[in-house]
Design a binder for this molecule. Structure first.
Ligand SMILES: [Zn+2]
Length: 272
């Protein structure tokens, strides 16, 4: 078997007995597989204590799955959601981000052989609205260019009819939630003209108006606990980052979703 399932570092040299690979009988393997289902690994992105029971009740109702769905609690505030059917799993993933009690619930697809404690829970898909983009740049390539400036571009909702200046470009982007929310993208045309576009986020949960990171409010920001901290006159982040939810007909761009599958998350993590 080529896939390596290692829980710990291997010693440098193994004895002859340790080198022997023991193949798991098919019958035993299938028993294990029956228990797995379609899995999402999750955690609530907060350092505060979470009422797990209430969260399970809220999310189970919100998922509205057609087939059975079950939550299993793990260590370090992680949990696994086991779906009986892949359709329910896909729908829940596509409807990210999920919130509980105004806190972001991060959920990533995991495969049955993944180590649950190693599945990355730092990346979440958001619908992002780009404001003040010149109408001549409303195209798929520009959407992808901007999306990849913010994180990992997933898809774009391009208007079918011609729009006026000041219209909103809607993109789906996977962002790293351990970093401050990006508010603006500065751009320069090939002829040297400088301009900026503004970034707003739909269904944005609790985030800090001081450091711009999701998961806490400015009253609990770690920046305040640094030896040298000066209260800014104006908080650098604010409600202006929240975008109203827009009905959309997403124009999917093939091949982008592969970035989220399994181990690719680790590769994405290295990029940032
Ligand atoms: Zn903060």
């Amino acid at each position: 078997m080529e896939t390596e399932i290692s829980q710990m570092e291997m010693p440098l040299s193994l004895s002859a007995r340790e080198e022997i690979e023991s193949e798991i009988p098919q019958q035993i393997w299938q028993q294990g597989s029956k228990m797995k289902g379609h899995l999402l690994m999750g955690r609530v992105a907060t350092k505060r204590r979470v009422n797990y029971k209430a969260m399970v009740g809220t999310l189970t109702a919100a998922f509205n799955s057609v087939k059975k769905v079950e939550f299993r609690k793990l260590e370090e505030d992680r949990f696994v959601v086991v779906f009986d059917h892949a359709r329910d799993q896909d729908r829940v993933r596509e409807q990210c981000p999920w919130n509980f009690d105004n806190q972001l619930v991060v959920m990533s697809k995991m495969h049955e052989l993944d180590n649950p404690m190693e599945v990355s829970l730092d990346w979440v898909e958001f619908h992002i609205q780009i404001l003040d983009l010149p109408i001549n740049l409303f195209n798929r390539d520009m959407a992808k260019f901007l999306g990849n400036k913010l994180g990992i571009f997933i898809e774009v909702d391009l208007p079918k009819e011609r729009r006026t200046w000041g219209a909103i470009l809607q993109i789906r982007v996977c962002i790293n939630i351990t970093k401050p929310l990006q508010r603006v993208i500065k751009l320069r045309s090939p002829s040297g003209d400088l301009f900026s576009v503004w970034v707003t986020y739909e269904r944005l949960p609790l985030f800090c108006f001081l450091c711009g990171i999701i998961g806490h409010s400015e009253g609990f920001c770690e920046l305040r606990y640094k030896e040298i901290f000066e209260e800014p006159e104006t908080l650098p982040f604010g409600m202006f980052l929240r975008a109203p939810t827009i009905r959309r007909s997403i124009d999917r761009v093939e091949g982008c979703r592969v970035h989220q599958e399994g181990d690719r998350w680790k590769e994405i993590g290295k990029r940032c």
